[in-house]
Structure formats: structure tokens, C-alpha cells
Design a protein around this ligand. Structure first.
Ligand SMILES: *Cc1c(COP(=O)(O)O)cnc(C)c1O
Length: 382
């Protein structure tokens, strides 16, 4: 198999056969001319079912995750919804991480119960806790690693073994790591999910989702269900995502460089009570992360010593880190999960500490980012 960046730039992206265009065109057409009834020229008939720009993205994403089948969606949640419609039926049980992405928790906690699906929340850093949570009806184990926003690490290979022995399927939400840093299918996962809104797109200018898997039968059901419910990206969104994917490797290296520098600087600042970053040797998941990830990524969370008010002051005091939800773009973002991304988890098993601050470290100059955080922390400490 060719190297990661070669696949990112070429997989699914041969020059256009009719014009020679080096870049896959934005095929902004809802329908495709037929040569006689049923005579499809390139296999396309209607863009909900399939569109050539989307096909290019899907082939690229499958190549990046090392899977046989790729599907692109209008959002990460659109991908999750279609996947769970296929994998679950009434009476089934799903295990989700105790600090799952808030939107995933909402889907499982508010939407799926209406369809008779039950769930448990488990700290998937603890394989024995997963074993204890499995039921005869468990069909899906849903894993995120690193987790959001606590940056917990789960051992994908160990979870895959336990999940397979129980006759269930392991889904890995690989959004935080990106396919460059972590390859769940090679570690035994059945399906990989992405919010391509984040690192794959990488420029905070498009919302999208993806699924990659090897299993032909599940792939066929996904194709059928996606077409039936219609959660597809438009051709312009697919094109932007494909454009972002080309530079994924160089961006992830730089995100990781900058995050490492920032984690060290935060750990040395008296206004910080604790830094959560899997690249730090003291992180409880450090060894597992070092085993299954190429590097440790661009997400850093920390607890502010002064509590909630001090955490809010830090969030309000940065100049370069923009106060905003989402992550994975070239620009640095800061947020307060307790009142922003994870506000809907208040009072639930997924509630997060109110002194917690989450950073999506961008690819600006590290010295400028460190200086910005130092100034904001000084403001919170005074
Ligand atoms: C953003 C995100 C999602 C949801 O994706 P959307 O594109 O916002 O629908 C799922 N999982 C994780 C880890 C995310 O960060």
C-alpha cells in the first residue's frame, strides 16, 4: 500500500477523463443523462444515490482508513444515525463511553430509546468495566479515543477482542485522532466513524461525516439506508472535505508539535491544576496511546486551579484562541465544556468538571499560542 499522504492526494482522484482537470470537479448536478432507459453512462442517475465528487471523497477516506468501503454524510451525526439504524433493532443494547461526544450521547439518550434501544455508559479505559456492562442483547460497543473533552484513552485492540467474543461490533469514533494518527480497522474495529467537520476537513468551513468499514454486508445496508433517509453531503461540501484531506498529514504533525509545547507550558503554570494530554508521560493512557497512535494530536484539556470562575476568565481572556465550539481547524479554539459543548450533559453521567477548559490547538506559531495562554492564565490568577 502507498504512503498516507500519497493516498490522501491521489486515492479516488485521478485526473478527469474528459477534460484532464487535475482536481476532481464539483459535479453540481442533481441528475444525470441516460443513453436510453436505464443506460447510465458513468453509473450515476441521481445525486442522493451517488454523485461523482462524493465518490472521490469516499474512495479517498476508505484509502486513508485502510478500509474497503467509505461513505460520506452531511454531518458526523448523520453518519452515526445511519450506522445505528443498521446495527441496532428494538430490544438491543449499546455501550457508549462515559464521556462520549455530547451529540452522540443525545442521540443514544433521547432518540434511540423511542425505538426500544437501551444503553450503558462505561469508562472504556477499563476493559473489565466493559466486560461487566455487556449483556446478551449488546450489539454495539461505541468507542472514542482520545475522548472528548477529558482526553481519556481506550485500548482499541483490547476492546475489539472483548467485543468480538461477545458477538457485538466495535465502532470507533476516530474524529479526535484522524486517520493519520490512528487506524482503528487495523486494530480490530468493525467500523470507523468521523466527523469530517473536524481534522479531515481541517479548515472550519464545512460540516460532514464519514463511515469506513470492510464488511460487505453492512456496507450494502449502509448504502441502502443512506439513500433511503437522504443524509448525504452536497458536491461542494464533498469537494471542500477532499481538499482538506490532502494536507491532513502535515497538519496533524504541526497540531501535535504545537499541542506538545502547550501541554508542557500549561503543566508548568501555577494557575493550572491538571493538564489532560495523552502525550504527557503522567497521563494514565499514555502507554496505550503511544502504542496505537502515531502522535498524540491537537486536543488539550486542563483544569484551572481557581475553579469555574477562573476557567471562564481564561476562556474570555485569550486573543489568538477564539472562544468557540468545534475543533480540528487550522485556527486555535478555546471553550468551556461545562457551559458549551457539554452543557446538555449537566446532571447526567457525562457531566464534566466546571473548572475544565478545552483547547483545539491550531497550526499557528507555537510561541504565540503559548504566550496567549500564559497571559490569559495570569489574568485568571490575579
Ligand atoms: C463533532 C463530533 C461529532 C459530530 O459530528 P458533526 O459533524 O458535528 O455532526 C461526533 N463525534 C465527535 C468526536 C465530534 O467531535
Amino acid at each position: 500500500m502507498r504512503g498516507f499522504s500519497t493516498r490522501a492526494i491521489h486515492a479516488g482522484q485521478d485526473p478527469d477523463p474528459t477534460t484532464g482537470a487535475v482536481i476532481v470537479p464539483i459535479h453540481a448536478s442533481s441528475t444525470f443523462a441516460q443513453d436510453g432507459v436505464g443506460g447510465l453512462r458513468g453509473g450515476y442517475e441521481y445525486s442522493r444515490s451517488a454523485n461523482p465528487t462524493r465518490t472521490a471523497l469516499q474512495e479517498c477516506l476508505a484509502a486513508l482508513e485502510g478500509g474497503r468501503h467509505g461513505f460520506a454524510f452531511g454531518s458526523g451525526m448523520g453518519a452515526s444515525d445511519v450506522l445505528l439504524r443498521v446495527l441496532l433493532k428494538p430490544g438491543d443494547h449499546i455501550v457508549i463511553p462515559h464521556d462520549a461526544y455530547g451529540g452522540t450521547f443525545r442521540l443514544v439518550d433521547k432518540v434511540l430509546p423511542q425505538w426500544g434501544v437501551e444503553y450503558s455508559t462505561v469508562d472504556l479505559a477499563d476493559v473489565d468495566a466493559l466486560r461487566a456492562a455487556l449483556r446478551p442483547t449488546t450489539e454495539v460497543v461505541w468507542c472514542e479515543t482520545p475522548t472528548n473533552p477529558l482526553l481519556g484513552i481506550a485500548d482499541i485492540a483490547a476492546l475489539a477482542e472483548v467485543t468480538r467474543a461477545a458477538g457485538a461490533r466495535l465502532v470507533v469514533d476516530n474524529t479526535f485522532a484522524s486517520p493519520y494518527l490512528q487506524q482503528p480497522l487495523a486494530l480490530g474495529a468493525d467500523v470507523v466513524l468521523h466527523s469530517t467537520t473536524k481534522y479531515v476537513g481541517g479548515h472550519s468551513d464545512v460540516v460532514g461525516g464519514a463511515l469506513v468499514l470492510d464488511d460487505d454486508e453492512i456496507a450494502e445496508q449502509l448504502r441502502f439506508t443512506q439513500n433511503s433517509v437522504g443524509s448525504v453531503p452536497g458536491p461542494f461540501d464533498a469537494w471542500l472535505t477532499l481538499r482538506g484531506a490532502k494536507t491532513l498529514a502535515v497538519r496533524m504533525e504541526r497540531h501535535s508539535d504545537n499541542a506538545e509545547r502547550i501541554a508542557d507550558a500549561l503543566a508548568a503554570h501555577p494557575a493550572v491544576a491538571k493538564v489532560l494530554y495523552p502525550g504527557l508521560p503522567g497521563h494514565p493512557g499514555h502507554e496505550v496511546a503511544a502504542k496505537q497512535m502515531r502522535r498524540f494530536g491537537g486536543m488539550v484539556s486542563f483544569l484551572v486551579a481557581g475553579g469555574k470562575e477562573a476557567a471562564l476568565t481564561v476562556c474570555a481572556s485569550t486573543q489568538l484562541f477564539t472562544l468557540a465550539e468545534s475543533l480540528g481547524g487550522v485556527e486555535s479554539l478555546i471553550e468551556h465544556p461545562g457551559q458549551m459543548t457539554h452543557a446538555s450533559a449537566a446532571g447526567s453521567a457525562l457531566e464534566v468538571p466546571d473548572s475544565l477548559v478545552r483547547l483545539s490547538v491550531g497550526i499557528e506559531d507555537a510561541e504565540d499560542l503559548v504566550e496567549d495562554l500564559r497571559t490569559a492564565l495570569d489574568a485568571a490568577a490575579s
